[in-house]
Design a binder for this molecule. Structure first.
Ligand SMILES: Cc1ncc(COP(=O)(O)O)c(C=O)c1O
Length: 472
């Protein structure tokens, strides 16, 4: 072992034994050189190695710090196995009923799809919005019609460039949240009665959108860490007339999967061979815990088949309803559909967000947000490990703010949902994420709210409810 590897191993032991804990600062390079009598380059090599392993992080002008240790002692759920055949949908009523409780502010929001509003710079955004409204150029009411405010689209194109995707400004269409973008994409590439492929489980609203448009779906097995199964997708494409795919490659909702880079290349090749468009729902991409933003599969797309959809709803400005799609070969069609669907996205909001981005205010906010979410995940994972019954399995995503919890076999997640609600706690039961109401023993928990006595107590109550339901 080299000297730097020895130092890295020593620090790793301190971390694993809890001597050094999340948030602790490592000795400065100079201090380590003095105490260990080694060169600065040896210390730095050790720190770089630990950084690559995800154990520590560098903070600008401050030094190296121990990162929260992601991962759980609980086993990870296995690849999902949805029932194979394609199906038409009848899910909306059921999903609306289940989610109704989440709006009640008195309920502990473990079932919410939103992170805490306290994590967002609402005051700063408010000032930008007030300014945009006060100084609104009356001509903007026309010039900022679809595809949308040019400055905002340019700022978005610059952010794509930073992720290695060259997106022409003209290809970006501003929408009312990612939700409108997803609806427009589906409309652009399908007809009622067509079949689309989705991950299983998937974001419940995508199921509802498919139902609204009269689409059938085929659910593709999905792994909680590696995402959609390529062999299963290849099989579906060979045997079914799939007209489009809607996948989340970065922090899949609800599993949290992050598709490995090498799978993305194979995925895009597969879709190109079948000439099937991909609606890439990238809504959570900015909430990555690693220092690097994950790739957009759009960066590998040479033929305009990928529509990359995102929004600021989860990353910056909940409630502003600002989303977009970089729509590839469908850009013009989507622009027209947007005009006929809702004419425009609120113009002062577009201008306010363009200004926010232009003044470099997004990245510092995102750095803080990601660090908070990462810590909150650690707190919730540790609590679940300690209190949930043996046989529980847990996903540990590298970003986003959802945990997918597989309860011991036979535990009725809908019964857990009802009992928890009676005690003022919401959860999202597994069946809302499936066309055929599968995942009856799974729940999705939201760790997007600051850890405190209320969340801590809710996790304890939930663990007790799971025990009770298991024994019934
Ligand atoms: C995966 C995914 N896509 C899209 C959306 C919708 O985003 P927006 O609120 O911007 O419409 C959500 C919101 O929960 C989501 O989880």
């Amino acid at each position: 072992m080299n000297l730097y590897e020895q130092l890295a191993a020593e620090i790793e032991t301190h971390i694993s034994r809890g001597v050094l804990r999340a948030g602790d600062r490592l000795p400065s390079v100079r201090k380590s050189c003095e105490t260990k009598r080694i060169s600065p380059s040896t210390v730095l090599k050790a720190y770089y190695l630990l950084e690559r392993r995800g154990l520590i992080e560098a903070r600008p002008q401050s030094g190296y710090y121990v990162r929260p240790q992601l991962g759980s002692m609980l086993a990870e759920p296995e690849m999902t196995r949805p029932v194979g055949a394609s199906t038409s949908l009848k899910v909306s009523e059921f999903i609306f009923e289940i989610l109704a409780a989440v709006k009640n502010p008195a309920v502990v929001p473990l079932g919410s799809s939103f992170a805490s509003p306290d994590l967002y710079p609402l005051k700063k955004l408010g000032s930008r919005l007030a300014r945009a409204a006060r100084h609104l150029d009356p001509r903007a009411t026309v010039t900022d019609l679809p595809p949308g405010n040019t400055e905002l689209r340019r700022e978005l194109a610059k952010r794509y460039l930073e992720r290695g995707v060259a997106v022409p400004v003209d290809e970006i269409v501003i929408t009312n949240g990612a939700m409108e973008a997803l609806n427009l994409c589906l409309e652009a590439c399908t007809q009622p009665g067509d079949l689309i492929a989705l991950e299983s489980p998937t974001f419940h609203a995508t199921l509802q959108m498919a139902e609204r448009r009269g689409l059938k779906v085929i659910e593709i097995p999905t792994h909680p860490r590696d995402g959609v199964s390529l062999p299963a997708l290849a099989d579906a494409l060979r045997h079914h007339p799939v007209k489009a795919c809607v996948f989340m490659l970065n922090f899949q909702h609800p599993l949290g999967a992050l598709v490995p880079d090498e799978h993305r290349k194979a995925l895009i090749d597969l879709l190109r061979n079948h000439d099937v468009p991909l609606i890439e729902d990238d809504t959570y991409a900015d909430l990555h815990f690693d220092s690097r933003c994950p790739l957009a599969i759009k960066s590998m797309d040479q033929t305009g088949l990928v529509m990359n959809v995102s929004s600021f709803s989860k990353s910056l400005a909940p409630g502003y309803r600002l989303g977009w799609v970089a729509a590839g070969r469908y850009a013009q069609r989507i622009q027209r559909l947007k005009l006929s669907a809702s004419l425009a996205t609120t113009i002062p909001v577009q201008i306010a967000l363009a200004e926010f981005l232009k003044h470099g205010e997004l990245e510092p906010h995102l750095r803080r947000l990601r660090a908070r979410l990462e810590h909150q995940q650690t707190d919730m994972v540790r609590a679940i490990e300690a209190r949930f019954p043996p046989g529980t399995r847990l996903s540990c995503p590298q970003g986003g703010y959802f945990l997918w919890v597989e309860l011991p076999a036979g535990t009725d997640a809908l019964a857990v949902h009802r009992m928890a609600l009676d005690e003022g706690i919401s959860i999202a039961p597994g069946p809302i994420f499936s066309a055929k109401r599968e995942y009856g023993h799974c729940i999705r928990l939201n760790y997007g709210h600051p850890w405190g006595p209320d969340i801590d107590a809710a996790i304890s109550r939930l663990a007790a409810i799971v025990q009770t339901v298991m024994l019934k």
